[in-house]
Design a binder for this molecule. Structure first.
Ligand code: GUN
Ligand code: FE
Length: 411
């Protein structure tokens, strides 16, 4: 075997439930495929073993929503949303037309993702095509898995950040040819209209058409903030709801990731379910910008796929461990506590479902590609509850010890 890791195994099962082996073994072949994930003893494996006990071995984390050009502005407390965008986000994102700056920050980004144990990420770039290409290159080189989108915005924000529909389509098509499907689908391109307020109806339609033509993932923001919702219906008076703006543009579907989804009605959730669209829950960002509290129960009870997003830089950490802790707090605050195994599922397999790569990654199961992290664990003989508690809440040090994608260790 190319990789044999002995430690505490902790992972959701794709079919439901949790894999927990206090003394477990993970075997990975030369192709990076998992060949065994179970009790150390039962494996009867005689080859050399990399013993990481007492540490925890979990699936790499999946961040279903983050912003590459916001890597350096975590913690800028200028919210709520529309003020924060104007004061802190747009001036920073405008810097990414400078190639050297984009390259420096992209290197920081991939370093921080790997340190946090995030092996797969859905990223918004800026509206700069060259910065977006730089982001793809950095992920390619680092060995990470992800989807990346050029951020379409023709309204709101300074002129330097605005891009016409024609230019956005042309640049996206170039990026699709170069990057979509790179390294056996390790990287994919996502059509990324920033949000309804930054796009005209025709830009949104063009985005829907482009996604349909190439069968691409779509990512955008929805119903994050009350004022944003009111302004959206003013800017798109033909629509019956925020969701309807995207629906009418052909932007809903099984490859669509809707970030936030806080201020939605039952009817909206029904429509998200009907179209098989997905949701990125971003609780830490929602706390930081005072956006409101999303309820997990309506989408989960409808069988809607939900993942967890850091939403850096509104989220204050790249660590999905911190995102899980915030999701826990949020669930308590809305009166529907969420169990710890469910949080781990959201941060791993749930994200894989949202990003459309659940057949490949998101859990430690035979036949899947080995996207794995080794997380420091304090207890030598842990129980399932103690392992989950340490992983989610004992995060004074959020760096993971090791991070692998397809069995290949990232540095
Ligand atoms: N809505 C539109 N753009 C953004 C962004 O960059 N971050 C967040 N959190 N919400 C947005
Ligand atoms: Fe966001």
């Amino acid at each position: 075997m190319a990789l044999a890791l002995r430690g505490t195994l902790l992972s959701p099962h794709a079919a439901g439930g949790t894999l927990f082996e206090a003394d477990g073994l993970l075997l990975v072949d030369a192709e990076g495929t998992i060949r065994y994930a179970g009790p150390f003893r039962a494996a009867k494996y005689r080859g050399p073993v990399d013993d990481v006990r007492p540490n925890l071995i979990t699936p790499g984390f999946i961040d279903a929503h983050a912003h590459f050009p916001q890597t350096r502005i975590i913690g800028c407390a200028t919210g709520p949303l529309l003020d924060w965008l104007a004061n802190s986000v747009f001036p920073e994102e405008a810097r990414f037309t400078r190639a050297a700056y984009a390259k420096t920050v992209a290197a920081e980004l991939v370093g921080r993702l790997a340190q946090a144990g995030t092996t797969t990420v859905a990223l918004f770039s800026s509206s700069s095509p060259s910065a977006t290409a730089t982001c793809f290159s950095a992920l390619a080189e680092a060995g990470l898995r992800g989807i990346v989108g050029l951020t379409w915005m023709e309204r709101l924000g300074p002129p330097a950040l605005r891009i016409t529909t024609k230019a956005a389509v042309a640049a996206s098509e170039r990026l699709i040819r170069r990057w979509h499907g790179f390294d056996h689908d390790r990287l994919r391109f996502a059509v990324t209209p920033r949000f309804a307020l930054s796009c005209s109806r025709s830009m949104l339609r063009a985005a829907g058409d482009l996604a349909g033509a190439h069968d691409l993932p779509v990512q955008t923001h929805i119903a994050e903030n009350d004022h944003e919702g009111v302004a959206t219906l003013k800017a798109h008076p033909y629509a019956s709801s925020y969701l309807d703006v995207y629906d009418q543009a052909g932007l809903l579907g099984p490859r669509t990731i809707l970030a936030h989804a806080i201020h939605l009605t039952r009817r909206d959730f029904n429509r998200i379910g009907e179209t098989d669209s997905t949701i990125a829950h971003c609780p830490d960002s929602n706390f930081f910008l005072g956006s409101g509290r999303m309820r997990l129960k309506p989408p989960l009870s409808l069988g809607i796929r939900v993942g967890l997003g850091s939403d850096v830089a509104a989220g204050r950490s790249f660590s999905m461990r911190r995102a899980m802790a915030s999701a826990y707090d949020n669930a308590l605050a809305v009166g529907h506590p969420v169990a710890l195994p469910e949080l781990l599922r959201l941060a791993t397999f749930g994200g894989a479902e949202v990003l459309g790569c659940a057949a490949t990654t998101g859990s430690l199961e035979v036949g899947k590609e080995a996207d794995v992290v080794v997380v420091p664990q304090r207890r030598a003989t842990p129980t399932l509850d103690a392992a989950l508690a340490g992983l989610i809440f004992d995060t004074d040090e959020t760096h993971v010890a090791r991070c692998y994608v397809r069995g290949r260790r990232l540095v």
